[in-house]
Design a binder for this molecule. Structure first.
Ligand code: ADP
Ligand code: MG
Length: 327
């Protein structure tokens, strides 16, 4: 065995923005049968934007302001989109009507209220003063916290499945429409009712189709894993080289899905985000994408520094070259 070949491989990888965390990568990458790709932040750029707000039983402004108040505690891309959208910075908030949350000026209701039935609801605090927030907790599927005395829950619709929550048909329909468009509906509720749906979306990364085909051309099965709905993953399902899409996999079940696959095949998992770390660790080869958190990097065997998808097939090419030299 020649450490020189390994050193050369590490250098080749580094040139492509790939950090080899463990030497075992060279061995592990050699006989991967299945590459599991996380959706959000991996196949998509993870640059979520707040696209729309649908409110009921509260104003769109109140829904956005209260959601942002608790999302400030989260580093999830969806949380950042909501906070930025409400603050009116970044690309968020399509409504260039100068939302003024936090500006001290009375907030316009803001946002688009699709299906607008003209109701001007008045629940919640309509003024733009800073809400008072307490005891925010962040989970894998959302956040919750006390805002101006109400326990506000923000996140995946499944958080609101219980009997304690009322969801109007109109809001449910808005959520489903968002999914059908490939976007993520985020429910916002307090006082026993869902009061709004925030529509959040991001874009697929350049060249993802070719990367999938490259991976498949190497004889590997390509699988997509996402917490989002089958509809949101529909464009991936349609790619001829994608074998299988696992949708609506709750974050805590991703590692289990990888483990199940790894029982019969050699599995590489490519992911990002704080909640992908256990899945990366469960794979035979864990690859994290740069925008991932430190935690994800810790669990990974290789890290893609630039969020460039072609680095994934390049990693396999580099390791193949190194293995050839080692023989
Ligand atoms: P993916 O599997 O596509 O990478 P994640 O596992 O990161 O997505 O998150 C799964 C789902 O949980 C998201 O699509 C979203 O519905 C919900 N979610 C997680 N964190 C938050 C948050 N801070 N705010 C709102 N929704 C959240
Ligand atoms: Mg993710």
């Amino acid at each position: 065995a020649t450490p020189l070949a390994i050193a050369a491989g590490i250098r080749d990888a580094a040139r492509r923005g790939i950090v080899i965390v463990s030497d075992a990568v060279f061995e592990d990458a050699a006989d991967i049968d299945t590459v599991v790709l996380d959706k959000t932040g991996t196949l998509t750029d993870g640059e979520m934007r707040l696209l729309d707000t649908v409110a009921e039983g509260a104003s769109a402004g109140a829904v956005r302001r209260r959601a942002a108040a608790v999302e400030r505690a989260s580093v999830h891309p969806i949380a950042e989109a909501i906070v930025d959208g409400v603050d009116g910075v970044g690309e968020g908030g399509e409504s260039g009507e100068g939302e003024s949350d936090g500006s001290g000026v009375a907030a316009a209701d803001g946002g688009t209220t699709i299906g607008g039935d003209g109701e001007a609801p008045s629940t919640g605090n309509e003024t733009a003063r800073e809400p008072s927030i307490a005891e925010v907790s962040v989970t894998d599927r959302g956040v919750s916290g006390t805002v101006d005395g109400d326990e506000v829950v923000v996140g995946h619709p499944s958080l609101f499945d219980g009997d304690e929550w009322a969801v109007s048909d109109r809001l449910r329909a808005a959520g489903e429409a968002a999914r059908d468009d490939g976007n993520v509906p985020v429910y916002v509720g307090w006082g026993g009712a869902v009061r709004g749906v925030l529509v959040v979306g991001d874009e697929v990364r350049d060249g993802w189709e070719a990367v999938v085909s490259d991976l498949a051309a190497g004889g590997r099965r390509v699988v997509v894993l996402t917490g989002d709905s089958p509809a949101a993953a529909g464009r991936f399902e349609a790619h001829p080289d994608i074998d299988e899409v696992f949708a609506e996999v709750p974050p805590e079940a991703k590692a289990e899905t990888v483990r199940r696959l790894a029982a019969t095949e050699r599995v590489a998992m490519v992911g990002d985000g704080s909640n992908d770390a256990p899945a990366l660790a469960a794979a035979d080869l864990g690859v994290s994408i740069a925008s991932g958190t430190d935690l994800a990097a810790d669990a990974a065997d290789a890290v893609l520094l630039e969020d460039r998808l072609p680095a994934i097939p390049e990693l396999f090419a580099v390791t193949r070259g190194t293995n050839r030299r080692l023989k």
